[in-house]
Design a protein around this ligand. Sequence first.
Ligand SMILES: [Zn+2]
Length: 331
Amino acid sequence: MKMSFLRSLQLVPIVSAFFLLALPDAKAEKGQDSIAAMLAVMESQSPVDIRSENAVFQKLPALKFDFSSGTPLSVINNGSPDEEKTIRANVPLDAGSLKFSGNKWDLAQFHFHAPSEHLLNGHASDMEMHLVFSDSQDHLLVVSRWIEEGAFNSALDPIFSHLPQTTTEQLDIASFNLNTLLPGNLESFRYTGSLTTPPFTEGVNWIQLAQPLNLSGGQIDAFNALFPDGNTREAQPLNGRVILTDVPGFATTDPALEADLLLQAELGLIPHGDAHEIQLLDGKVMSASEPMLVTAVPEPESYLMLLAGLGLMGFIVRRRVAKEGLTGSFA
Ligand SMILES: [Zn+2]
C-alpha cells in the first residue's frame, strides 16, 4: 500500500501534464496516443465489478430527483455498431435535476449499453442505462441502472420501438415522463471512476442504483440488433477504491476487512485528488478546489462518501471533459 501511495503521488503531475498539454489541441491520431499514455498511469477507471468484499455499508446522503413528467426528447444513434457508441436521448435544460449533499446536478442526457458495464458480484445484466448529470462547475455524475429482461416497458417503448438505425436519423419524442426511469427504491452503490468511452477521463461520480429496470426480450433484442458486438467496456480494477452502499446486507460485515477497506480508501484516494488542497484531519476533509465538497456539509456518516469523492482530477481537466462528454463522445 505504501508503494502504491508513493508511486501514485509521483504520477499526479504526470497525469495532469497529459491532460493539460496533450488533450486540448490533439488531433485524432495524436489524441489516441495520448489516451493510451494516460491509461497507462490512470488508476480510477470505470466500469467496475461491484463486489460484496469491496463494499462498505454506510448511511448515504439522500438522492432527491426532480424530474419532468412531460419533457421532449431528441433521440440519436451516435454511431452503431461501433462498440463505443450508443443510443442517446438528449434532454432539455431544466427537465431534470438531482440534489444531494447540498449540490445540484442537471440531467443532460441518458443512454444505453448492452450488456451491462457494471457487474454485480461478477454478474452482468442484459443492459445498463446511464443518466448523465453535470453541476455548475461542470463536474460529471452518472446515475446508472441495470436493465434486466422482464415485463414489456411501455414508458420506454416510444424509444425502443423506433430506435434510430443510423447517425442521420433523429427520433423526436414530444412528451416523455423522466420519472419512469427511476425506481421506487433508491438504494445504491457509489464510487468515483471515469468515463467508460474515450478519453476515459477520471473524476466522474458514479451512483449505481441497486433496483434494476425491466425491458422485454423484444425491446432488448431491438437494441442488440444495432450493437451485435455489444457497446460495453470491460470491468476495470478498483485499485484500492471502496464502493459505498446503503443496500442492506450486501457489503462485507467482517470488521477486520472493513477496517482494511477504510485504510485503503484513505491511502488510495489521496493521490488521485489534488494532494496540495486536501487535508485529512480526524475525519474532516477540506478542499478549496472542490465545490462539491465545500458546499456539502460533511455529516459524520458521509465521511467515506467524501473520501470517495476525492478521486478527482483538476478543475481545468474536468471543465473540458464535461463539455466534450455532454455534447460529444461520452457514452
Ligand atoms: Zn454510458
